[in-house]
Design a protein around this ligand. Structure first.
Ligand code: CDP
Length: 225
């Protein structure tokens, strides 16, 4: 039996990864966050102390060789030089440079191969920008999550700061998100057969519930025999 694939895409900080992780837990699937792989490669390249403006595809692929993946709970997560580097990967210097690396075709091929490898062994919930288009055009279910950019900025800051952000902080974060969305525009495509969910006014558990219900309907395989 072919493995089931749920693809969740959307712009920066649209809640893809936390939603995908939760959906995977509900379905008993494996979660793989393609953005975390782009972030890991970026962090590995930054460790080599080459200025981002000078990165070549060859140097970045070389840095990618220090990135591996490991199962962690219900997710598959990247390691850099064999260790978790969550804070480094989510930090401002990686966030500021990741789009530059994500534009390199060789890097996209490398990330796509990692994600597809997980899907050969497990039923997956994969999230990113192009899971429903470039990576899994035949996914059982494709979801495209959007939310108002101010709301996305607020959620991302609450996640990072663990307190309520000020309006000035939200405004600055909104600018950064909108800028990154523009840099990511070519690789962020909504599949024609994706279900669009605007989460601006949804609780996370509501969007999880909707996606789980859609997934259950989509993967109900014909009974054998
Ligand atoms: O969670 P957030 O929206 O901040 O981004 P992410 O999913 O961690 O992805 C980080 C970056 O990786 C994005 O800004 C894109 O440049 C890149 N990316 C991509 O190009 N294609 C994907 N499938 C996933 C991420």
């Amino acid at each position: 039996v072919a493995r089931a694939v749920i693809a969740i895409d959307g712009p920066a900080a649209s809640g893809k990864s936390s939603t995908a992780q939760w959906v995977a837990r509900e379905l008993g699937f494996c979660h793989v966050d393609s953005g975390s792989l782009y972030r890991a490669v970026t962090a590995a390249a930054l460790r080599r102390a080459i200025p981002p403006e000078e990165w070549t595809g060859k140097q970045v692929l070389d840095a990618a060789r220090s990135v591996s993946t490991t199962p962690a709970g219900t997710s598959v997560v990247p390691l850099i030089d064999g260790e978790l580097a969550e804070a480094e990967m989510r930090g401002p210097s990686v966030t500021a440079s990741v789009s530059r690396i994500a534009r390199m075709p060789a890097v996209r091929a490398w990330v796509n191969e990692q994600v597809r490898r997980v899907a050969r062994d497990y039923d997956v919930v994969a999230d990113g920008r192009d899971m429903g288009t470039a990576v899994f055009p035949d996914a059982d279910l494709k979801v495209y999550l959007i939310a108002d950019s101010w709301e996305r900025a607020k959620r991302r800051l609450v996640q990072h700061l663990r307190r309520l952000p000020t309006p000035e902080e939200i405004a600055a974060e909104t600018d950064r998100l909108v800028h990154r969305d523009a840099l990511d525009a070519t690789q962020s495509v909504q599949a024609r057969d994706a279900v669009l969910i605007d989460t601006t006014h949804l609780l996370q558990e509501e969007q999880v519930e909707r996606i789980v219900a859609l997934a259950r309907a989509a993967i109900r395989r014909p009974a054998s025999g």
